[in-house]
Ligand binder design. Sequence first.
Ligand SMILES: [Fe+2]
Length: 198
Amino acid sequence: MKEMVTSVQYLISDGFDIGKGTDPYKNFIYTSFQESATNVSHRRVASLTKKTGNKQLAKICGIIAADEARHANAYIDFVDRIFAIDGSEMMLAFEDMMRKKIVMPAHFLRESGGYLGGLWSHFSDAAQRIEVYTAQDYIDILKSLIHKWDIGNIRDLIESGEKARDYVMTLPARLQRISERMKTPSKEYEFSWIGSYA
Ligand SMILES: [Fe+2]
């Protein structure tokens, strides 16, 4: 637990930079995506812990997952309404966030003595390997947002907005091709959080 708390304290003091600046439209794209991702990952942890017999942890993760789905729905609704009144700017914000890729708020994760973000790649590799959150989930979330906002049928945009829409529409297929070439990380990193009783 001590190592875990150290990582959490680092996270709090390091903060994060998720590339959205102070732009509210980009913020709502980010949260629509990120809250959907945390819904998926908590749901998966809930079923994994259920399988291993930790019913309480499964219940906690299930409750968090349901909360995350509600958060996602609220932000998705905000974006939907903004699309109706300011389509071009909303589309440009969507494109910009997807070009930058949606990074998770813990991307600066580290262990005691570690460097900024040093632990994150191991953490996300572990998530991919045990299928708590995968590249396929990223693509599926993107597809569901495109569907919910009916991106393909949004018309009457300024020229750059039209281009942004076309970019977003072709993105899932492009990401799918990339993910098919990706190898599932096999290395099982030993986290200091686990098996450390200091
Ligand atoms: Fe949330």
